[in-house]
Write a protein that binds this ligand. Structure first.
Ligand SMILES: Cc1cc2nc3c(=O)[nH]c(=O)nc-3n(C[C@H](O)[C@H](O)[C@H](O)COP(=O)(O)OP(=O)(O)OC[C@H]3O[C@@H](n4cnc5c(N)ncnc54)[C@H](O)[C@@H]3O)c2cc1C
Length: 374
């Protein structure tokens, strides 16, 4: 192996996880190679809803709630830096986000859930940043746009928001390259060996040698970690979305199930289906999504849907992130979680110093693989 193919770190996977971490690593001065088996993404990093969201994260697990809240609070500075360095406006809106309820039953369930979040935060002397709002308050938030009669209220967060996830990814990748990172698209990693304190990767583009490796390959982490005799407890969950034609701005804050993008389209989300690794869309799911959207904003009944797609959420068995160094493989890290849009700020700022040999950040101390070895 020639020296020019040696890197401090090779990040496997160029989605939202890999790109955020690779960017943080290169910003810390490391020589970083990021590889992805496809050059044009078709994964969760491309098919997601774009929320920067904490109000519903970590019920029963204050560590994860706190982690999500910090990610959202750090997002403004992160976005400012990304925009300055990349020249790309990533369309971030923070400061208002709503989980909307239809009917009394949904409202009661949401009220209970928010009560629980508040209670769990109070037990740690902290505050959960969302409150319940009634139908009139939701109407005030959305201004003139008429709400459907069945809308009963919702939970409102004064920190959550949304972003254009495609532009977020593009900005992170652009700066990564600008700062000296190397990106190799169309490069499938299909073998990992540890020799002489380095990792030797067999790939479709030839051999790669790196002192450390980061497995940030979404579901691709399952076979990769299997090469080291470990199992990764990931669960597949399909989410289907709809996108409408562009319309005049009518909604200035994102709902968890409906938001208007910077170019005027309305994104309507999303299903939660357990149908394995298939990503087909169905008419029945599209109908269900469209009907709910019209119950929220009856005016949407006249708007045309132009596209629908589905992609796969990378969930862990307990819905919490996995950030770990693999047992017996020093310098080999596995990263896997849902919500990589929201968590991008922390993935870039927190994980790199740990990967480069620093202390494991306290805030992620519980997100280890060993919790599944019962
Ligand atoms: C419908 C839906 C809605 C969502 N909405 C939100 C939201 O609103 N907010 C939020 O925060 N999150 C949301 N998410 C979650 C978010 O999209 C994911 O957390 C994120 O995209 C995961 O990124 P990743 O980089 O870990 O994985 P991926 O996007 O799967 O990227 C992994 C990459 O690794 C590459 N790869 C795999 N194996 C190999 C290999 N052997 N060699 C080389 N490359 C390899 C793949 O080609 C891929 O590009 C949503 C997800 C879905 C599906």
């Amino acid at each position: 192996m020639e020296d020019h193919n040696r890197f401090d770190v090779c990040v496997i996977g160029g989605g939202l996880m890999g790109s955020a971490v690779a960017l943080g690593l290169v910003r810390s001065g490391a020589r970083v190679l990021m590889v992805d088996k496809i050059s044009r993404l078709q994964t969760a990093s491309k098919g997601n809803f774009g929320l920067v969201w904490s109000q519903s994260k970590g019920s029963g697990n204050r560590d994860y709630s706190r982690f999500s809240e910090k990610a959202v609070l750090d997002f403004t500075d992160f976005a400012l830096w990304l925009e300055e360095e990349s020249g790309i406006d990533i369309e971030l809106r923070l400061g208002a986000g709503l989980i909307l309820c239809i009917g009394d039953r949904e409202l009661a369930a949401r009220t209970e859930s928010i009560k629980k979040f508040h209670h769990e935060a109070e037990l740690h002397g902290e505050r959960h940043p969302s409150i319940m709002v009634n139908q009139q308050e939701v109407q005030k938030l959305v201004g003139k746009t008429a709400l459907g009669e069945e809308v009963s209220g919702g939970s409102f967060s004064s920190v959550d928001g949304d972003v254009n996830p495609l532009l977020l990814l593009k900005a992170m990748r652009r700066i990564f390259i600008k700062l000296g990172g190397v990106f190799l698209g169309g490069c499938l990693v299909n073998g990992i060996k540890r020799r002489n304190r380095s990792y030797h990767l067999e790939t479709s583009s030839g051999k790669i040698v790196a002192a450390k490796i980061v497995l940030a390959a979404g579901f691709g982490n399952i076979p990769l970690i299997g090469m080291m005799g470990e199992k990764l407890p990931l669960i597949v969950q399909k989410g289907q979305l709809l996108v409408t034609e562009r319309v005049k701005p009518f909604l200035s804050l994102p709902f968890s199930c409906l938001r208007q993008t910077g170019c005027g389209s309305v994104i309507i989300g999303y299903t939660q289906e357990n149908t394995g690794f298939e990503t087909g869309t169905t008419v029945s799911a599209a109908v269900q999504l469209a009907q709910r959207a019209v119950r929220i904003f009856p005016g949407l009944r006249h708007i045309r849907v132009v596209r629908s797609w589905a992609s796969l959420r990378i969930m862990t068995e307990d819905d919490l992130p996995i950030y770990d160094e693999i047992n017996g493989y020093p310098g080999c890290y596995v990263l896997a979680t849902h919500s990589c849009v929201t968590l991008a700020s922390l993935h870039m700022s927190l994980l790199p110093s740990w990967i480069l040999g620093g202390k494991r950040p306290d805030i992620i101390r519980k997100f280890k693989l060993e919790r599944f070895n019962v």
